[in-house]
Design a protein around this ligand. Structure first.
Ligand SMILES: Nc1ncnc2c1ncn2[C@@H]1O[C@H](COP(=O)(O)OP(=O)(O)O)[C@@H](O)[C@H]1O
Ligand SMILES: [Mg+2]
Length: 350
């Protein structure tokens, strides 16, 4: 066993609902970054993703919510094949990521569309929309120029970048933020992916275009029977969007449920705090931590023992939550929470 494997404690992660024929399975996934101090060498690991597990069916949307730095982008980059798992695996469309390399890895990546947070930095500044759209087609062997143009025009129309002839010769800086994000979405869709990963796709956009972009993603999902993972730190936007949702805290999934169940009947004190913050009309759609939970997000190099949320939790059970890792409690069908408050041992200790 390698040094890094021996540091990973083998505890069962919170497992989401088990589904038949999932297109995507995330299996006990760990993504750790090695921390090096100049002159001292190895100084520990940043445990960005620490035992995440869930499944997704074709055509379904799953939202992932959590505050900045909890590991959302690390999780998504690993799904995209840009990061290698430290431990655990991803099975996408019957392909096991850890066994996939070279040409197969290119094919794996072509089946996943990626929509980044900042459309402007996602688009090469000196390329026209036409060249930006052509690039993935060329890389993936679409040699016929007429076919490329037909496909580009079709998808640009679908993302409502019309008139297409006017948009094609433009450079990114000539487009508005909303139009830039439509180009990013069109580029993500051009290879007809089975899965779309949207990492905070509207957080850099004006409030006025956010809903339109989310609606566009929803339409694409329905029309193409796409699976979508929608990542956000902002709970107020997820309710329009996905069937399922999980909440991440310090590299772990702490609650997972159907969207309507989570909105009506959230259990974890952290989820409850997020919901309260997102319903604040003064919060400007941002995740604002008010009285609960106080304090800073925890270190991912030396995370708190027991429940990682315990230093900020208003409902801490002394002697238990800061000592023992919480169990995963199934509070309702498809609704699981990692919290002592819903476990018999926790109830007795409270
Ligand atoms: N390439 C990297 N090397 C080292 N640490 C990283 C790297 N990428 C992200 N991190 C760290 O991992 C943690 C999770 O980051 P990230 O996945 O970007 O979270 P989020 O998207 O939720 O804001 C943060 O502490 C971040 O600083
Ligand atoms: Mg991020």
């Amino acid at each position: 066993m390698s040094e890094i494997e021996s540091e990973i404690v083998n505890e069962a992660p919170l497992v989401s609902r088990s589904v038949d024929n999932p297109i995507l399975q995330i299996q006990d996934l760990h993504v750790w970054y090695e921390l090096k101090r100049f002159g001292f060498g190895h100084a520990g690991y940043v445990r960005a993703v620490d035992g995440v597990q869930f499944e997704l069916r074709q055509g379904e949307a799953m939202a992932c919510v959590g505050e900045s730095g909890c590991g959302k982008s690390s999780l998504m980059k690993t799904i995209l094949g840009l990061n290698r798992p430290t431990k655990g695996d991803i099975v996408f469309d019957d392909q096991r990521l850890t066994e996939t390399k070279g040409e197969d890895l290119r094919l794996y990546r072509a089946k996943i569309g990626y929509v980044q947070q900042d459309p402007f930095s996602a688009l090469p500044p000196f390329m026209t929309v036409q060249r930006i759209m052509e690039e993935p087609l060329v890389i993936n062997g679409v040699t016929d120029k007429t076919e490329r143009l037909t496909r580009i025009k079709k998808i640009l129309e679908e993302v409502k970048l019309a008139p297409v002839e006017e948009v094609l010769p433009k450079f990114p800086h000539m487009l508005s933020g909303g139009q830039q994000q439509r180009v990013v979405i069109a580029r993500a869709m051009i290879m007809e992916p089975k899965l779309l990963v949207a990492d905070e796709p509207v957080s850099m956009l004006d409030a006025s275009v956010r809903v339109e972009i989310l609606r566009l993603l929803r339409n694409l999902q329905e029309k193409h029977n796409l699976s979508v993972i929608y990542i956000t730190h902002d709970l107020s936007t997820v309710r329009y969007f996905s069937e399922y949702i999980f909440v991440m805290y310090a590299g772990e999934v702490i609650e997972i449920a159907k969207m309507e169940d989570l909105l009506k009947d959230a259990k974890h004190p952290y989820t409850l705090a997020l919901l309260e913050a997102s319903s604040d009309p003064n919060a400007d759609n941002a995740l604002v931590m008010r009285e609960v939970p106080q304090g800073e997000p925890p270190s991912l190099v030396n995370p708190p023992t027991g429940c990682r949320f315990n230093p900020r939790c208003p409902k801490i059970i002394e002697g238990l939550c800061e000592v023992k890792r919480p169990p995963n409690v199934e509070v309702a069908p498809h609704h699981k929470v990692a919290c002592w408050l819903y476990d018999e041992e926790g109830m007795n200790a409270a």
